[in-house]
Design a binder for this molecule. Structure first.
Ligand SMILES: [Zn+2]
Length: 425
């Protein structure tokens, strides 16, 4: 029985009986020469866990032997790959019919043990999937399939929609901007609490319906970008929630307007044959887009040059920066700065900013809400940036479900602990 205890501890499994342990050639049969050897541990469920339905875990009468012996990949012992091998009989559940019996070392339908899957999911939250695949000796398809399974299982255990009061709703582009996800973040925990493919009222309605009328009524603030469908859907399901416009998006609008001015000037100079000057404008892009505190010395010089040689472009730059200031100031001062900004933008004679002033006037109430309630944008922005980085890692995210699973793993608080680690305070 000693061996039983040692191997159970090493494999990280419980309620399991170890029948035998042997080294085999990776392809099966006796270990031969220098070929890879794998450890095969024959196991069975302890009596208390045997003959249970893999859906409801109820004890059921046996049905047949199923497809005979099966293997589950476990965590490596050192550099040796390890497999658990066991019978996979079927049982007849009164509720679920004829199903494969549950096993204590793996989740229903899994080809890997639970410690292996948890390790794989944890690693994927902390390293590129390609690294995880190489370390664990599985394909990246297996990595993403495991992540999806782990997330689905863990999501079923907790109610992530409980206790929401202040949420952010975002649309995130993936697959080179051809597809979108609608993502809901909790402002208080910073967690992604819900995500689904699509960006329209129907998609978002599914979220509000899952929330239910009582919890919809508990929502106090909803932040979003300017998308009309978000505003109308929120108004329909959570009419008492205050809608705030995300500063992140408003500043992005100003940055786009600034870039339009820069490009317009660049094209005009090229049209007049002033190629050397035009090139300077092209290079000035980053100096203009970056936040002033992040500028390099060279970019500061570029900006100083623009201030003296191109008043229009510099004015556009100041308008963008001033708008950013409105949202870092917030409150009454923020409101005053915004009024000043609108007056300035309207008479700026820069078409992009005149238009932006109109847009901002249209969303004035939602923007004032943002300033008054001071919803922190840092978390929504961090989530946004993070998801965009995820979508750029092209491998493994061919389906929106895989991307959602990754978002839930890294931003949804659903990442498992590494097996065998005691939680310490
Ligand atoms: Zn059942």
């Amino acid at each position: 029985m000693r061996m039983n205890r040692v191997f159970k501890a090493l494999l990280g499994v419980e309620h399991t009986v170890i029948e035998s342990v042997e080294l085999q050639a990776a392809g099966g049969g006796e270990p031969a020469g220098s070929g890879e050897m794998v450890l095969v541990v024959s196991v069975r469920a302890a009596r208390s866990r045997a003959s249970r339905c893999s859906w409801c875990l109820r004890r059921c009468p046996g049905y047949d032997r199923g497809e005979g012996r099966r293997r589950w990949r476990g965590l490596d012992f050192g550099s040796v790959r390890t497999f658990l091998e066991a019978d996979a009989p079927r049982v007849r559940c009164a509720r679920h019919g004829v199903v494969v019996a549950a096993v204590p070392w793996a989740q229903r339908g899994a080809r890997h043990t639970t410690p292996f899957e948890d390790t794989c999911a944890w690693l994927t939250a902390h390293a590129p999937a390609s690294t995880v695949a190489e370390l664990l000796r599985v394909s990246w398809r297996t990595v993403t399939a495991i992540v999806e399974r782990v997330i689905t299982e863990r999501a079923g255990r907790v109610d992530r929609l409980a206790g929401l009061t202040r949420i952010g709703i975002d649309e995130i582009a993936h697959r080179k901007g051809h597809r979108y996800l609608t993502v809901v973040t909790c402002h208080d925990t910073g967690r992604v609490v819900w995500a689904a493919p699509g960006r329209n009222s129907d998609t978002l309605s599914v979220f509000f319906q899952a929330l239910g009328p009582q919890r919809c009524a508990a929502l106090t603030h909803v932040s979003a970008d300017g998308a009309e469908w978000i505003h109308t859907t929120v108004a329909r399901y959570a009419p008492t929630a205050v809608i705030c416009l995300d500063p992140f998006h408003i500043v992005a609008w100003a940055t786009r307007a600034l870039d339009e001015v820069r490009r317009g000037m660049w094209q005009k100079l090229r049209g007049h044959g002033k190629h050397a000057q035009a090139r300077q404008f092209k290079g000035a892009r980053w100096a203009l887009m970056k936040n002033p505190e992040d500028l390099t010395g060279e970019q500061r010089t570029t900006l100083a040059g623009i201030a003296t040689t191109n008043k229009d472009l510099y004015r556009a730059y100041l308008l963008k920066e001033q708008l950013r200031e409105v949202f870092s100031t917030k409150g009454i001062t923020g409101r005053r700065l915004l009024a000043g900004w609108l007056a300035w933008a309207r008479r700026s004679r820069l078409p992009g900013f005149v238009k932006l002033a109109k847009t901002i006037t249209r969303y004035r109430q939602a923007i004032l809400n943002t300033l008054d309630h001071g919803l922190s944008n840092a978390r929504a922005e961090a989530t946004n940036t993070h998801l965009r980085v995820l979508t750029r890692r092209s491998y493994g995210f061919h389906t929106p479900q895989a991307l959602i699973a990754m978002a839930m793993l890294t931003r949804g608080g659903l990442c498992p602990e590494l097996p065998g680690r005691q939680l310490t305070n």
